[in-house]
Ligand binder design. Sequence first.
Ligand SMILES: CC(C)(COP(=O)(O)OP(=O)(O)OC[C@H]1O[C@@H](n2cnc3c(N)ncnc32)[C@H](O)[C@@H]1OP(=O)(O)O)[C@@H](O)C(=O)NCCC(=O)NCCS
Length: 171
Amino acid sequence: MKQRSAITIGKVEHEDAAWKARFLVFYTGLRIRKLGRKPHAYFAARSGEELAGHSVVYFEKGRWVLDELMVKAEFREKGIAKGLTEARIRHVIVNGAKEIWYACEDGNLVTTCCHLRYGFEKICPGSHHCTAATAHWYRLKITPALFEKFPVLDPNPKIAAKKKRATEGKT
Ligand SMILES: CC(C)(COP(=O)(O)OP(=O)(O)OC[C@H]1O[C@@H](n2cnc3c(N)ncnc32)[C@H](O)[C@@H]1OP(=O)(O)O)[C@@H](O)C(=O)NCCC(=O)NCCS
């Protein structure tokens, strides 16, 4: 059986030719947003040189938006999508975001597995005309309560670790 390397999750620091080639293969057949000069950060889960999972967060019309979360079939249900979501949320908090958005069809597994758990709520953006049935935008507000509930989202790892120890001490 093929031995797989441990999974590492992190920001794609260099959008170079080697990454781009893997990126294009990873999303083969899917329509992927061209981000051009929009502020953005790609996050990858890697097993050695292989892309196990990939995702992006970009800034558009005053909003940070999570998108393109996908994990390769053979790497699923190991916490990779959660890890990619948490890494992107921390990234935009460091960049000063007070809220984070994403758009998704109702019932999509990406929504149920990896976003709602953090407290994203369905919102009709001010410029849209939608009802609860037709709205596809979700927003997560960054509040101290979020870090209380999910210390892993705190971009300051020292504070996060301290809170985690305090929480564990309570039980
Ligand atoms: C949805 C997807 C991203 C989940 O990735 P993953 O790495 O397997 O998810 P995780 O392991 O982080 O799981 C997160 C949670 O969802 C649950 N989950 C994951 N896959 C599930 C499934 N198929 N059914 C039910 N629950 C599931 C996990 O049990 C976990 O919940 P828990 O923490 O309560 O145990 C992955 O299945 C995928 O890439 N699907 C295709 C998505 C796609 O086509 N995207 C296109 C965008 S361009």
